[in-house]
Design a protein around this ligand. Structure first.
Ligand SMILES: Nc1ncnc2c1ncn2[C@@H]1O[C@H](COP(=O)(O)OP(=O)(O)OP(=O)(O)O)[C@@H](O)[C@H]1O
Ligand SMILES: [Mg+2]
Length: 461
């Protein structure tokens, strides 16, 4: 049995990571200061110490003392302040045991886990590869197959195509491929091919030389070069223009990029992970996607099912999202779904897939002061089918958007949802929520009352 890990952190923003390590079977004790760490270290055996970066320069030099009493103890300093790159540029000396975190929960957990596994051989045996796949726990066979394949291919450099509707977790899987494999310390560079105007896409991907076109006043390094040794995630590849597709093919075949306006071939070693919610075969038939590129990028294809096709996962995922904002994470009491609420979640068809479920759970966790989540806290479109309170309240039901993005809806409903969204983001901090909404606190109270939200909130004064 692995000894406990000691986490020293005083900012509160990493609690969820320590809790998640414990969830993975790596018990983690947490103390807020180096002096408390010193006390517990003298009485308890610990396997390793994780310390938040801001505590490094503590005036009483307790870090030194920790090193002195436990010279062999693996010690990791983590933080998301300056990156390793900044340190290199001479700001101050980077600690050799520094682990930069990103602020993205699952990515950071993968980084911590990988670092701990490097330091603690017993952990390598104890935490199975499947468990490294963080919260991708599934009871659905199609998802289990995807997860197993990710685990098999995470360490090689073959191209991967991830297909699935909006919100099914394509980017989540791309992260896992990168951060659970050996590339986890190397760059992960995401490029949204649909969001970048066609004229800029090539310069974005391949960079450009100074003066190569009007406006190119400086040389620019492209995303492929930035992703060298790591992963380039080409999101929405179905929207990539044909001319750019030809150039991507060249990168894949030759392992070289050429900057726009440049004449030099620059070697790059990049794993390409592409994602799309479109049917690329159909795009090939109508001449909008290159067949040769399609065959080149889909060495492995991961097809993500819609959430409604993996009903076994709806309640566990709902619980997972609720747990992410429970007391351990410093907000309110632990919540659970009532049976009726669970049933409504099972009955809903989830057009926005996992993203819709996550948003719904984050919202209800805020709107429910007690422990049990009843149907009335659910967004209207989820309880709509069975519960007719939406009609009774006089609001026509919003038409569900097929991609989980904002549907066209009555403005009053939009206002209500925006307020709920602001509250779910800023907890019960009405002041901050009002500020973000651009209204006064008094107006917010009035609107909470108008929409009947006020009774379910603990609004601070
Ligand atoms: N298995 C999972 N466990 C936990 N969270 C998940 C899982 N799958 C998806 N998510 C969460 O659901 C949300 C949507 O996932 P993601 O952004 O990866 O979807 P996507 O397929 O890329 O969507 P889009 O096509 O709209 O870009 C994210 O918040 C992600 O963290
Ligand atoms: Mg995405």
């Amino acid at each position: 049995m692995l000894s406990t890990i000691l986490a020293i952190s005083n900012s509160g923003k990493y609690h969820h990571l320590f809790a998640a390590l414990t969830d993975l079977g790596i018990k983690t004790d947490h103390v807020p200061s180096c002096s408390e760490a010193l006390t517990v270290l003298t009485t308890n055996p610990y396997a390793a110490v994780l310390m938040e970066e801001v505590l490094l320069g503590n005036p009483t030099n307790t870090v030194e003392k920790i090193h002195r009493i436990k010279p062999q103890l693996p010690f990791v300093v983590f933080g998301n302040g300056p990156t390793a790159g900044d340190y290199k540029q001479g700001q101050s000396e980077i600690p050799s045991n520094y682990l930069p975190l990103t602020g993205v929960e699952n990515v950071d957990l993968a980084r911590l886990l990988n670092r701990l596994k490097e330091l603690l051989p017993e952990l390598r045996a104890e935490v199975l590869p499947g468990k490294d796949l963080l919260w991708i726990k599934s009871n659905n066979q199609a998802m289990i197959d995807v997860i197993s394949l990710v685990d098999i291919i995470k360490d090689d450099s073959s191209t991967v195509l991830i297909q699935g509707e909006n919100g099914t977790g394509k980017e989540f899987i791309a992260w896992l491929l990168h951060y659970s494999g050996r590339r986890y310390t190397t760059p992960y560079v995401a490029i949204n091919c649909a969001a970048i105007p066609e004229t800029l896409l090539e310069s974005e991907l391949f960079g450009h030389e100074k003066g190569s076109f009007t406006g190119a006043t400086e040389k620019r390094i492209g995303k492929f070069e930035l992703a060298d040794k790591g992963t380039a995630f080409l999101d929405e590849i179905g929207d990539m223009p044909l001319s750019t597709q030809a150039k991507i093919l060249r990168v894949l075949e030759k392992g070289m990029v050429e900057r726009v306006g440049g004449h030099r071939n620059i070697p790059v070693d990049v794993r390409i992970v592409a994602a799309t919610n479109q049917n690329l075969q159909e795009k090939i038939e109508v001449g909008l996607f290159r067949r040769d590129l399609y065959y080149r990028i889909n060495t492995f294809t991961l097809k993500l099912p819609r959430l409604a096709e993996r009903p076994e996962d709806i309640l566990p995922l709902a619980k997972h999202f609720l747990d992410m904002i429970t007391p351990r994470r410093g907000q309110g009491t632990e919540k659970r779904l009532s049976q009726a609420t669970g049933q409504l979640l099972m009955d809903h068809d989830w057009p926005g897939n996992v993203r819709e479920l996550r948003n719904a759970m984050e919202r209800v966790a805020i709107l429910t002061p007690g422990d049990v989540i009843e149907p009335e806290s659910l967004p209207e479109d989820i309880r709509g089918k069975r519960d007719h309170t939406s009609a009774a309240s006089g609001h026509p039901k919003a038409s569900a958007a097929s991609d989980g993005r904002v549907p066209i809806m009555p403005l009053e409903e939009l206002e209500r949802m925006t307020i709920v969204e602001a509250l779910s983001k800023y907890g019960a901090d009405a002041e901050e929520a009002a500020r973000q909404l651009g209204i006064s606190k008094a107006t917010l109270y009035r609107k909470l009352k108008k929409y009947g939200i006020v009774r379910r909130l603990t609004v601070k004064n």
